[in-house]
Design a binder for this molecule. Structure first.
Ligand code: NAP
Length: 284
């Protein structure tokens, strides 16, 4: 009986809005949790660069929330296939592509394939990113170009390719992974900081252009997150960073994934053009 009641309330979208959610939760807490936790049920999400780190955590989080997940990687085929298997076990319909986010034609093909295979595209996460650090005096043209192409041009590529589908569906969610470095700058990362600042400007412009079509565009600015990208820091340096963070710890990929889930879901349906810092208060 509680099961039928829950299904009825959820399918008519009345839970929470009419205050019956509390009643349903009391009637059958476990079931309520299971049904309500599926915030992305029926949605298809595309995540770039998810073979490890933050993208990997977002892919798992979205699959757990009921989404069909398509993700890309560039070199790490074994890890990509392992993640695909994990997501399938979680009940997600999965697409895995080896695709260079910086390549305009490859991304256009990718998005076309996703829409053909999955019938729709609801959420786009621009996560693929690289660093080529060095002080400006020593930074060569290649280090500048590579970082700008992979980090910034990739966002243009995917959004350009997905916009037509979003317009036809009259909905779409774009989440771009920026960085606190794009807000504050960082010595030794002029290329990376410029790419992330560019992402923020791009995110806001897209929000202004496409908001009237029910397409939302937001950025997440992670602080210091424990992934391979930050592995080169010594333990002592990592501790120093952590000391400068009000929450006194480095972030986990899961912390960023939680924010991405919020931005992907209808819980954030009135939020667009924003940059949410997931940094333990680092820039405060
Ligand atoms: P990561 O562990 O180095 O993972 C990067 C992912 O991007 C990998 O799956 C990699 O795939 C993929 N990738 C790289 N170049 C690609 C390309 N051209 N096309 C498609 N995929 C590509 O990095 P992360 O720490 O998880 O960072 C993820 C995002 O968060 C990046 O945009 C990064 O700038 C941002 N961020 C990270 C931090 C941090 O502290 N970690 C802080 C702020 C922002 P392959 O392994 O297959 O090459």
């Amino acid at each position: 009986m509680p099961f039928l009641l829950l299904l009825f309330l959820v399918s008519f979208g009345s839970i929470d809005q009419k205050g019956v959610g509390t009643f349903a939760a009391r009637a059958s807490p476990d079931l309520y949790k299971k049904v309500i936790m599926k915030q992305l049920q029926g949605k298809t999400a595309l995540i770039t660069g998810a073979s490890r780190g933050i993208g990997y955590a977002i892919a798992r989080k979205f699959a757990a929330a009921g989404a069909n997940v398509v993700f890309t990687h560039l070199s790490n085929d074994e890890q990509g296939q392992a993640l695909a298997e994990e997501l399938r076990v979680m009940g997600s319909k999965v697409g895995v592509y080896r695709s260079d986010a910086a390549n305009f034609a490859a991304v256009a093909f990718l998005v076309q394939e996703v829409v053909r295979e999955f019938g729709r595209l609801d959420v786009l996460v621009n996560n693929a990113g690289i660093t080529r650090d060095g002080l400006l005096l020593r930074m060569d043209e290649q280090a500048w170009d590579e970082v700008l192409r992979v980090n910034l041009k990739s966002c243009f590529n995917t959004v350009k390719a997905a916009t037509r589908t979003f317009l036809q569906q009259r909905s779409g969610v774009i989440i771009n992974i920026a960085s606190v470095v794009g807000i504050k700058g960082n010595a030794g990362q002029a290329n990376y900081a410029a790419s992330k600042a560019g992402i923020i400007g791009f995110t806001k412009s897209v929000a202004l252009e496409l908001g009237a079509r029910n397409i939302r565009s937001n950025a997440i600015a992670p602080g210091f997150i424990d992934t391979i990208m930050t592995k080169d820091l010594t333990a002592a340096a990592a501790q120093d960073w952590a000391k400068a963070i009000p929450l006194r710890r480095v972030g986990l990929p899961e912390d960023v994934a939680n924010c991405a889930l919020f931005l992907a879901s209808d819980a954030s349906s009135y939020i667009t053009g924003q940059v949410i810092q997931v940094d333990g208060g680092m820039l405060t």
